[in-house]
Design a protein around this ligand. Sequence first.
Ligand code: HEM
Length: 161
Amino acid sequence: MRTSGLLEFCAYLENTPLALAIQDSFWAVPIMQTLHILAISALLIAMLLINLRVLNFADKSDSISIVISRYMHIIWLALPVLLVSGCILIVGEPARSLANPAFQMKMIMLLVVIIISVGIQRIGSKNHGLSQPTGTIKALSILSLLLWLGIVACGRWIAYT
Ligand code: HEM
């Protein structure tokens, strides 16, 4: 989606004092990219530990509910870091991402996977000691794995579209 309103907003944002300061600074973009990648790593490790346990591919000595409660907060901590670093990268070069279909797809998938993660967390907290996955949590877990992988792919794809 590349509407003229969106392109006008990008042109406005690109010339704000904050955007000009980001463009002039030699450290802002590399530092934000580094933070973004560190937060992605933490989030993906937590996401894999949860989903591999839910799908019975990981060590089963801890129950599914324990693994969810142990690692889900890492996802909730990484997301604000991704949001802030991502927004600073956007302000520095708005049209590169806001008007980019890969970025728009990434944001839609992110909203859906956040809702799914809340669902997984609720199932975990309501079923203490859950050791065998139910059909619902398995389906949510497979969907969440696919969406997180899609989000990473779209994040990288922004540079090529
Ligand atoms: C929370 C809101 C987020 C915003 C606003 C955001 C925004 C951005 C922006 C602006 C870029 C730079 C793209 C470019 O110029 O090439 C980027 C890169 C990227 N993002 Fe995000 N992002 C967010 C969350 C995430 C999440 C949750 C993931 C994956 C778990 C992710 C994965 C990536 C990847 C893999 C890159 C490419 C990094 C690189 O190659 O340097 N982002 N993101």
